[in-house]
Design a protein around this ligand. Structure first.
Ligand SMILES: [Fe+2]
Ligand SMILES: [Fe+2]
Length: 506
């Protein structure tokens, strides 16, 4: 080969390597990266076939197998490879290369005693192929650890099987070191992602578990959200027929589902777990009713003995008795009403509120005690649910806390949208949600999904303090009403309802 030809070839290979290097660093998908490494190495070396092994737990795992003549393309994102992993035995070429961290170039597999080639020879017999030349190089990372092995089979030149050119060996080595670093980078990224994901799920589960009533909420919302996103992908018609969430997008969405209620960490347990309007205070009220009953009795018997001792006090005695009976009846009635008003399922209409006000205002003659104190009265006057306006405000403030907490986290670029989606899960399409009162197009589709799921799980959860879990049909009826009122995205709701996404219960 003359000098110009050699220079040209070197230049050509150098340019090729540069391009491959760029492609390797640009690839974000692990399986695609593995395929790219083998593809490019085969192209440069003009190899008919090859295998890419990855080291895991001291063994070599077949990750990608390709052979043009046999039309075999296995592993990666395609058909899985069934072969057992290779033990690190020096007798076999790929493990040898991994152990010694150096390339091996075999001219003809059938004319060498250097390694045990029983495997390739058996394979040849079974499929009618001839394995001849082999170039096997290690994939090494920055710490000088072998992370894989690249094995190229049968160099071709003008349709003939030839040996791998020693010049190519160097190029393939250069490519393999680029590939080693690209793979290592990807593994780092994967490790950091796994670390972050597991940290988030551990933290959020701990927050959720502060209350036995809400222990699975964030997990459920994350699972439903992922299933919902897939349902949107499967739906090919209507408003969202064109919408497709790729894997990364779904990851971001699921992350925001995990984090959406993180601000509940500052909501007092007494508010988060409030099972009834009076909660534990009902015991005090019942105790006070008993005491008042006893005081009313005592006052009457005292009056009775005074009347008996004095002459002509019959009329007075009758009045005492009438008052006694009236107050006893009042106390009995009050107990029934308070118990009813205490239940979260009771809607406190004007009539009920009036009756509770009567009980609150009731004073007993000569007794310096009343049935309800100001605080208990306020609780029993709650129209719907178990929380007072003040308590509801504290509860709703969890989105503000979520925002504060998430603003302190430095999200990587690919997760940038996560906080915005997470903090807006109580916004409604008609602008009546909280805490910003966003409306219509101001609410991205990801948030609309979270909102539907958040309500769906709240309604169907079997572990809420103030009500039993609702069957899905009833939950969809309520969600449907909300969509009719313009609060939820009806197209998204019907995708969720008509999918299998909600057919899950942990
Ligand atoms: Fe929330
Ligand atoms: Fe929630």
């Amino acid at each position: 080969m003359n000098e110009t030809k050699t220079v040209n070839r070197l230049k050509h290979n150098f340019e090729k390597l540069l391009k491959v290097g760029q492609a390797l660093t640009a690839e974000k998908d692990y399986n695609k990266l593995l395929e790219l490494i083998l593809n490019e190495a085969r192209k440069i070396a003009n190899a008919d076939g090859g295998t890419l092994y990855i080291v895991d737990g001291g063994k070599l795992y077949h990750k990608i197998m390709q052979n043009d003549t046999l039309n075999i393309f296995l592993g990666g994102g395609g058909e899985p490879i069934e072969f057992e992993p290779l033990e690190m035995a020096e007798t076999h070429i790929a493990p040898y290369v991994a152990i010694h961290k150096r390339p091996v170039n075999i001219e003809d597999v059938y004319h060498t005693e250097l390694f045990d080639f029983t495997g390739p020879k058996t394979f040849d017999r079974q499929v009618g192929y001839t394995t001849k030349s082999m170039l096997v190089v290690p994939l090494i990372n920055r710490e000088d650890d072998v992370i894989g092995v690249l094995q190229l089979i049968n160099a071709m030149e003008a349709g003939e099987l030839v040996a791998f050119d020693p010049g190519i060996e160097e190029i393939i080595m250069a490519l393999s070191s680029q590939a080693g670093i690209a793979l290592e980078n990807m593994q780092y990224v994967e490790e950091i992602r796994t670390l972050f994901d597991s940290f988030v799920s551990v933290l959020v589960t701990a927050i959720d578990e502060r209350t036995p009533y809400n222990a699975n909420h964030s997990r459920n919302v994350a699972i439903f959200t992922e299933r919902f996103a897939h349902a949107v992908n499967e739906c090919k018609k209507g408003t969202y027929g064109e919408l497709y969430f790729d894997e990364e997008h779904i990851r971001r969405l699921v992350m925001s589902a995990w984090l959406h209620d993180i601000g509940k960490v500052t909501v007092p347990e007494s508010i988060m777990n409030k099972p009834t309007r009076l909660s534990e205070d009902i015991e005090f009220v019942m105790g006070r009713l008993k005491m008042l009953n006893a005081l009313v009795d005592q006052r009457y018997y005292k009056a009775l003995s005074t009347t008996l001792r004095s002459s002509g006090g019959e009329a007075e005695g009758e009045a005492d008795k009438a008052l006694w009976l009236e107050e006893k009846a009042f106390l009995k009635e009050a107990e029934i009403r308070i118990l009813k008003a205490n239940e979260p399922s009771t809607f406190m209409d004007d009539d009920m509120q009036m009756k509770i006000t009567e009980i609150y205002e009731k004073r007993f003659r000569e007794i310096d005690e009343q049935i309800l104190n100001d605080r208990e009265f306020e609780f029993l006057m709650i129209r719907k649910g178990t929380l007072t306006n003040g308590e509801r405000e504290i509860m709703e403030n969890h989105v503000v806390t979520t925002e504060k907490m998430l603003s302190k986290i430095k999200f990587p670029k690919d997760l940038m949208e996560v906080p915005f989606w997470a903090i807006n899960h109580h916004e409604l399409m008609d602008g009546t949600g909280y805490s910003r009162g966003l409306k219509g197009d101001e609410i991205p589709v990801e948030v609309r999904i979270l909102t539907i799921i958040d309500i769906y799980d709240a309604l169907t959860a079997t572990d809420r303090p103030y009500k039993k879990g609702m069957p899905p049909e009833k939950a969809f009826f309520i969600l449907g009403k909300m969509a009719e009122e313009g609060k939820l995205d009806s197209d998204l709701l019907s995708i969720f309802e008509n999918s299998e996404a909600w057919h899950f219960k942990n």
